[in-house]
Write a protein that binds this ligand. Sequence first.
Ligand code: UD1
Ligand code: CA
Length: 464
Amino acid sequence: MKTAGKSSGQLGVLILAAGQGTRMVSTLPKVLHRLGGRPMIYYLVRLANAMKPSGIGIVVGHQDDVVRKEVQDLLKDAGVTRPVTFIHQKDVSGSGAAVIESLPVLKKFQTAMVLCGDTPLLTFDTVYAMLHSHRESKGQVTMLTARVRNPKGYGRILRSTSGEVIRVVEETEANPKEAAISEINSGTYTFEVPLLVQALKDLKPQGPKHERYLTQALEIMRQKGGRVSAYQASSPDEALGVNTRVQLALAERVLNRRMLERLMLSGVTVLDAETTYADADVEVGQDTVLLPGTILRGKTKVGRQCRIGPYTSIEDSSIGNETSVAYSVVSGARILEKSAVGPFAHLRPDTVAGPRARIGNFTEVKASRIGFGSKVPHLSYIGDSEIAEDVNVGAGTITCNYDGEHKHKTIIQAKAFIGSNVNLIAPIKVGRGARVGAGSTITQDVPDGNLAIARSQQVNKAGK
Ligand code: UD1
Ligand code: CA
């Protein structure tokens, strides 16, 4: 992702993530709910880092250890290069209280940007523009606002007749006239730290839960002679705060739409953006077509000129160039170029197939290698197997890899031909160029070039 260019000297970014997220009705802390395959807070951490601050503070409180661990684990993937400090909020009693707890960290900076862990749709461009506007205004605080169709649940922005920001009124405190204001607080701010420190001292518990609201600090800063400015986001999406699962679904939709647009603009055809999903880290090559019902999850990479879908789910897998995957489920697998998968195949972890492999109609493959040009086209189960190149596996062939206690390997060497409806009882090896007759249950290795038949002989009885 883009970054703010050269380091922004004395800037610190604080992410508030100590709340439980009561309205999610969940045992999982809110900021860990997933969006685009990543915990919500991933996007904030990535954004914070992109601002090139001198440091990033993350306020944790509710299930502190769980959130800390998840964040620690995602720092690398988020490309975080700036120092991160966790701040423990002992008493989770409001956004203002969270910033008060963070003061020892914030005091190291001249300017502090505060982000909420539940606003995953904020973009770098907008936050950067807010910082720029803050610096231009030479004021003490700039907040990011947005005009929304339904302001319910957000703090409303009260402006004077001349347009100056006077204060933020929280939903719980708003009278009907204030509640009708459509400009809302996104929960994103840039503060000059010295005056913020002064203002926080005067915060009073408010609202039904007697919390200290960060929004009250704005009013106090103004009373102390500071300038409070607002920068309005160009799209209301940016300000979306995820408090409920309804908002989580809205955020998922926006994020997915952005992702698909990025793919489309890089040369990917998406037939139906309404039913196609791609997680944040998915990569798709040029001139690939994604058909309706395609779901690309995790760290999936799809090559160029592929045809994926319809109704296909691919997770943490890589698909080589010019490959087709139709009506299938693929997870933890690597399909090499010019292969064809499906319809109705299930490729499970540690499968590597191709190039030019064909895995079709109702075939399941687990932890197996299927070599160059080899085919398992119909109704098979292939598990813990090594199938070399140019092998044909007939319809209904099963590798019997499990004896009830242990898994065993099946090896099929190059150019072997397995007839239909064969059971290969592992551990077993079928040699190079060997053939196995249809309907056989193979219990002994087949030497190179041999024909193995293991089935009871047909008896024709006359007159029956
Ligand atoms: C807050 C703002 C509101 C704004 C909205 C934007 C206040 C008082 N209100 O309301 O004006 O329109 O965000 O989405 O700030 N948190 C802590 N510690 C706490 C409480 C909260 O770290 O003690 C964190 C939460 O984890 C969350 C963020 O602060 O990430 C915002 O808290 P939340 O309870 O969601 O605030 P809102 O009611 O949405
Ligand atoms: Ca919120």
